[in-house]
Write a protein that binds this ligand. Sequence first.
Ligand SMILES: *[C@@H]1O[C@H](CO)[C@@H](O)[C@H](O)[C@H]1NC(C)=O
Ligand SMILES: *[C@@H]1O[C@H](CO)[C@@H](O)[C@H](O)[C@H]1NC(C)=O
Ligand SMILES: *[C@@H]1O[C@H](CO)[C@@H](O)[C@H](O)[C@H]1NC(C)=O
Length: 411
Amino acid sequence: MHISTLLFGCGLAPFALAAYSVQDDYSGNNFFSMFTFDTENDPTSGYVNYVDGATAQADNLTSVNNGVVTIASDSTNVASGRGRNSVRITSINQYTHGLVVLDLAHMPGSACGIWPAFWMVGPSWPNNGEIDIIEGISLQTQDAITMHTGPSCSMIGESCDGSEGCSTQVGGPTSFGDGFNNNGGGIYAMEWTSDYINVYFFSHGNAPADILGATPDPTTWGKPTASFVGGSTCDIDANFQNHNIVFDTTFCGTWAGAVWSSDPVCGPKAATCQDYVQNTPSAFTEAYWTIYSLRVYSEASSSTVAVEDDAPVPSSTSAAAPIAQATNTTAPVAAPSASPSATRSSGAVAVGSPANGTAVSETPVSDNEGVSVGSNWQTQEIPEKREVNFLAGGPSGRRADHLRRHRTKHS
Ligand SMILES: *[C@@H]1O[C@H](CO)[C@@H](O)[C@H](O)[C@H]1NC(C)=O
Ligand SMILES: *[C@@H]1O[C@H](CO)[C@@H](O)[C@H](O)[C@H]1NC(C)=O
Ligand SMILES: *[C@@H]1O[C@H](CO)[C@@H](O)[C@H](O)[C@H]1NC(C)=O
């Protein structure tokens, strides 16, 4: 499908023909104008007060400095009312298929009670699908990637139906929370076609050279961090449509709050998640996203990509068109000198760097296979509880509620 072929002929120098080109560039000063601020009560019942755009700016929860976007949660005040001040934004534009590339210096850091997510969701949840690219709670040490659909879709050996979804925790200790931040951040990319939804995670030090460029080509990136393949078990086009992009950071609620008392590290800190989040603002000084760039790429027109190996070489004008759209790329930060020290004391898979070919998703760790979320998974596996918790508190009801509201707002 995605052809990236070196073409030779007609005396032209070889040139790469990439299948993706920039559709929407959210980076820098445009960023917040391309989202709406959700100020509703958190559909996931979080202890959070989602503020509007003016308040976020006035309180410096949102800012753009030299093209770098920050989205923060309050970390100075004892919370009151609906909860801790924070931000939830939904893209104005919707997407079906494409390549989404998010380059981060920082994501909300590990903190008891926190629940950040970068995700995409369609109307009429769950029937138009949900793609959770970055998600986790509290002291979780690697990323949870999850698909939610209607009843007719199974991928990675699990039903993706409804609130439980099909989910895998992958990416290793630099993929989430403090581990991600201490490693200088990284790049997440999600490629969505009729055939599969792939998520890639790279640290800056091992990211593909073209990933932030004008014409990224995932076919050259090696094995995805997580791969959700459709086909006979899931008609992806029937189950995933018209997605908005969402960033949010909530607290407690139906996931982080629901597992509070069973978390051996967080639980003892306060009687309830809300008590802790309300009264411990200093725990959330790292509760912010720092975004170098966010771009959505679409497949180039069929006249550009439909080039067989033995087909006629396209004219130089048509072939050059996508290349001429090159936009400036965001320079990744230098790779940190020190590798993260976090290692897993237990846990089922060795997770390596996608860039050096170490398998990261050969055997995805399913949520149902006992590698638990929360701070306790490293030392204590609680598979049954985990599954119950996920059913009760996963990105589930919140999304249904969200979508009802979302639809009302936009229809
Ligand atoms: C606002 O937040 C940005 C990003 O965190 C920070 O660089 C800046 O210093 C803050 N400004 C004020 C006045 O606090
Ligand atoms: C292009 O990117 C470089 C860093 O890669 C940066 O220094 C420069 O300011 C950027 N130019 C524009 C116009 O954004
Ligand atoms: C590949 O990744 C693994 C796991 O992160 C690491 O131990 C190893 O040193 C890496 N190899 C190279 C050549 O970078």
